[in-house]
Design a protein. Structure first.
Lengths: 112, 858
């Protein structure tokens, strides 16, 4: 199993959610995060003391999928989240040892 | 031969089960919740007192103590899955025997399938534990004798009562009523027992009633006159309803949480048409419990001598028609019914209560409850009534509390009949925590609380001039819920009707309707659209139109989100909303920097210019520079501007040109001292030369010095303009301003007349907005128009003809349209406030732009 973690621009969430839904991925965890990558050098117009640290609001999506879906899922996220401008985000892929559905105790891919 | 204990055990167990089943079928058949909880308690009594001793290994006599029921069991109220709280009360020397007896009895009860919680205490233990633990103290308060030594029980109860309860009644009652949750009864998934408006509220009331009036029975309290008929009936009905739900939940082996799924099931069980209707009934019941119990507790809590002393002197008149009695508001008339026939009096009661931060006297509230103020229709409102209601909404502090009471007494429905439709209306969305009406009140309260918020949103709220309109928009924003697909559109129609009813002028009605209709626009754009993308940002700014509207919409959005559920408005969301706000504000006002930033620029400027100019002159100029100018102008340009301003001492009009190689545009900056028509002259001179103005920043500084920067495109040349052209423009300016030449003459001189060629698609209609709220000194005019060359001159001409002086301006070309922001004053250097005058400005400008567009199309 793989965990796909994608950090994207906030307004792309709905499109990415739909793209994943279209290829059969329904469960995901979404969080409001802040951060910066190369966009740091890009001058954002922040005003007032509250915004002196230039962390930029982003959305983080996490999904856990079976190994063979990796390419499909990554492809779908890229296609949906890309705007070809700086700050489009990043995708990280991790190996997952196990998954357990708490209600039934099912494990492995059956729990996804 | 007597049957063996094990046979008896089996027999009792099956007896207990079959009796429970009998009670369950009574419950299913519809017997009242009250009867069910009593029957279950009585069945338990029978098992503990009569059956168990027959097979108990240690007889009660051998111990000599007392069996006491406490908590809910003590009240004779057991739901099917409630804990049975049993206390083994023993004398000090009999502890060992007590343990032996308790061990025997408890095993038996567990074998029989009873859920027993137990404690073993001497009278001293009881007093000690109760002193430290209020929950245990309240459970003992409800102690009921079951079996054993009756004298020991009486001795215990007297000791407990005198040492814990009566000794310091005030402290005891305070403890009982502390740690109440402050979330109100209108939760999406309430807990039948512990949520506000749940059974726990009634328990609390009983804990107060028992020490105060020596009874905790509702019917006795009613007989004693401590509850009114209305309160008694309401409370009894609500309690029965909650018990019925709770019993059903327990028979289904679940806990007291009324989750969405369970709401569905219980709605079917209780024969409600839908989950929504079931929950609506639940909220009404919970609301009754919360109101009646809290008012009961407030009245029953004894006053300190000081409070009594103060109250005696507080019977005073605070208004010709109202006085205070025991700190509560009372109209000074003999016939309340007659008094309240006038809407003005009805509304004034609430306004006076709000302004003086007083509650309305309970006897007045009772009259209000009985009055048929709401008939389902919308009676005509007098202008005075409208005004009182608008005043009620204008000053933050107590607005929400007042509106809640008006809602409860239905006075609010008389003003806004549509509000009755969202009364106790469950929300369809799962993220919503509260009913629609509760969400609405929470949203207004969230806005009111911004007043004490030091952050950026608090500041923006403080700047809003017409808070009454903002609060009314919040009150109406979800009024379309439950009316089909588009609740915003439905709400807008209601808002339009309500605003006219309340006597707002046309412009205010339009604003209110816009806010309600577009209450989701801000979050839609901030969270789901890429507003770093110019067209999206521009469309948004255009839709909002004015800085003041932008401020209102931001606060409306934040308050709305915050009222969905606790913790919903995260700092992340605030940041996204503020980012959009900042970007849009730059378009709508040309501003966008906080005072601290401006001060930093001023001090940097001071450093850089030290020694170049006379100190006094430089200090004067630095102080006079327009904050907006400092915020938007690059430091290098400011330095250059200051040097040019210094030369004004010898040369009163100066024009400087600078070519921007990247953009292929030339920047003309005019430095002079303010005279009427300056802006018109500059746009005229540039237009007469055939130059298209792409953007402009126009500033009049506090000392009258003018720095006008125009960014232009010259169709005649590529590259920097030759010095003689700059000189010619400078000469034109001087001649026109000196009265030697007119602009018309310049145009006629064979030079190009602005023929109005469109540079790109011109599909969007012109839009002109006037904002008098965002600046103290100036009226702000926002103009959105198609990008036509020469148009700016025409606009400048109209502003001049209308007698408006342009103090500062920001002209920008964005995509296929221009966005112009003018800070203007009328002939006597004040804001333009006359509605007719404003209308004239809007229509003259709109007509002129449309005429220009048509002439291009033709």
């Amino acid at each position: 199993m793989k965990q796909i973690e994608a950090v994207i621009k906030p307004f792309k969430l709905e499109e990415v959610k739909k793209a994943l839904g279209d290829i059969g991925i329904v469960g995901m965890t979404v969080s409001e995060v802040r951060g910066f990558g190369r966009q740091k050098g890009h001058k954002e117009q922040y005003r007032g003391a509250e915004y002196t640290i230039e962390f930029i609001p982003k959305i983080k999506i996490e999904v856990v999928i079976s190994d063979q879906d990796e390419e499909k899922v990554v492809g779908a996220i890229i296609a949906a989240a890309r705007t070809n401008t700086i700050g489009d985000g990043k995708i990280f892929v991790r190996n997952i040892d196990n998954a357990i559905r708490i209600r039934t105790g099912e494990t492995g891919e059956a729990a996804l | 031969m007597a049957p063996a204990p094990s046979d008896l055990l089996t027999e009792f167990a099956s007896l207990y089960r079959s009796k429970r089943e009998e009670i369950r079928s009574l419950h299913t058949a519809g017997v009242s919740g009250h009867r069910i909880v009593e029957s279950l308690s009585d069945l338990t009594d029978f098992i503990i007192i009569k059956a168990a001793p027959l097979i108990s290994p240690v007889p009660l006599r051998a111990w000599g103590g007392t069996l006491v029921a406490i908590g809910g069991y003590g009240r004779r109220e057991l739901s099917p899955a409630s804990d049975i709280d049993l206390m083994f009360l023993t004398s000090v020397g009999r502890m060992k025997e007590a343990k032996a007896f308790a061990a025997g009895l408890l095993c038996l009860l567990w074998d029989l399938g009873l859920k027993v919680g137990h404690s073993l205490r001497s009278i001293d233990d009881c007093v000690k534990t109760a002193r430290h633990d209020t929950i245990i103290a309240t459970s003992m308060l409800e102690a009921r004798y079951l079996a054993g030594d009756r004298d020991l029980f009486h001795h215990f109860y007297e000791t407990f009562f005198s040492k814990i309860v009566s000794k310091n009644l005030q402290v005891f009652l305070q403890k009982v009523n502390s740690n109440k949750e402050d979330v109100g009864p209108y939760l999406s998934e309430p807990n039948i027992k512990t949520s506000p408006g749940g059974l726990r509220d009634i328990h609390r009331m009983k804990w107060v009633a028992l020490p105060r009036y020596r009874t905790n029975s509702l019917s006795k309290l009613y007989q004693l006159g401590r509850l009114t008929t209305l309160e008694y009936q309401g409370l009894t009905e609500a309690r029965n309803f909650l018990w019925r739900i709770r019993n059903e939940l327990h028979f289904r082996n679940t806990d007291d949480q009324l989750t969405t799924e369970r709401q569905e099931e219980i709605a079917a069980f209780t024969h409600f048409e839908s989950r929504r209707e079931f929950m609506r009934h639940y909220y009404r019941m919970a609301g009754t419990i919360a109101d009646v119990t809290s008012s009961f507790i407030r009245v029953a809590t004894p006053k300190t001598p000081w409070q009594r002393f103060v109250a005696r002197f507080q019977k005073k008149r605070i208004d010709p028609d109202f006085y205070l009695s025991q700190d509560a508001l009372f109209p000074s008339v003999s016939n309340l019914d007659q008094f309240f026939e006038q809407d003005e009096n009805l509304l004034r009661l609430f306004l006076v209560a709000k302004d003086h931060k007083k509650i309305i006297h309970s006897s007045v509230m009772e009259v209000l409850q009985q009055l048929k103020v709401y008939s389902g229709e919308a009676p005509a409102l007098s202008p005075q009534s409208g005004e009182i209601f608008r005043r009620l909404l204008s000053k933050p502090g107590g607005i929400t509390a007042t509106l809640r009471i008006m809602h409860q007494t239905r006075v609010l429905w008389r003003i806004i009949p549509e509000f009755s439709r969202i009364d106790c209306l469950m929300q369809e969305s799962r993220s919503h925590f509260f009913t629609t009406d509760e969400h609405t009140f929470r949203a207004i309260s969230a806005a009111e609380q911004l007043l004490h918020e030091p952050g950026p949103i608090g500041k923006i709220y403080a700047e809003i001039q017409r808070k009454d309109i903002l609060h009314l928009a919040l009150l109406l924003h979800d009024i379309g819920k439950g009316q089909g697909e588009d609740h915003s559109a439905y709400g807008a129609a209601v808002a339009n009707a309500v605003s006219h009813r309340l006597g707002y002028v046309e412009e205010e009605c339009t604003l209110l309707t816009f806010l309600v209709h577009q209450h989701l626009l801000f979050s839609e754009v901030a969270f789901y659209r890429d507003f770093t993308n110019e067209p999206i940002l521009l469309t948004f700014a255009r839709a909002v139109g004015r800085p003041e509207t932008l401020k209102m919409l931001l606060v409306l959005t934040c308050s709305d989100i915050q009222a969905v559920a606790p913790g919903m408005l995260t700092s992340w969301k605030e940041e996204m909303l503020l980012k959009l706000y900042d970007e849009a504000l730059v378009i709508l006002s040309g501003e966008g920097m906080e005072t601290t930033g401006i001060e930093i620029i001023r001090s940097r400027l001071h450093e850089a210019s030290r020694g170049k100019y006379p100190e006094v002159w430089h200090a004067d100029v630095a102080r006079a520079l327009n904050p907006r100018y400092l915020a938007v102008t690059p430091l290098e340009k400011i330095k250059g501007d200051i040097s040019a301003l210094f030369r004004l001492l010898t040369e009163p009009i100066q024009v400087v040109a600078r070519y921007d190689d990247d953009r292929k545009t030339t920047e003309y900056t005019l430095y002079t001292i303010d005279v009427p028509g300056l802006f018109l002259t500059m746009t005229g001179v540039l237009a007469a030369r055939g130059l298209s103005i792409l953007g402009a920043q126009v500033f009049t500084h506090d000392n009258g010095m003018v720095v006008d920067t125009f960014s232009v495109e010259d169709p005649n040349t590529h590259g920097p303009p030759p010095p003689k052209w700059i000189e010619a423009i400078s000469q034109d300016m001087k001649r026109v301003l000196g009265g030697v030449e007119t602009i018309e003459a310049l145009f006629k001189k064979g030079q190009r007349y602005p023929h109005g060629a469109a540079r790109a698609g011109t599909s969007l209609p012109a839009q002109v907005e006037v904002d008098n709220e965002s600046s103290h000194l100036f009226t702000i005019i926002d103009i959105f128009a198609p990008d036509l060359s020469g148009l700016l001159y025409k606009i400048a001409k109209i502003l001049f003809d209308l007698g408006l002086s342009v103090h500062s301006a920001k002209i920008s070309t964005r995509l296929d349209q221009i966005v112009d922001v003018f800070y203007v004053q009328g002939p006597s250097l004040v804001k333009i406030t006359d509605p007719e005058e404003i209308q004239k400005i809007k229509s003259r400008l709109t007509e002129a732009i449309e005429l220009a567009v048509r002439s291009v199309a033709a």
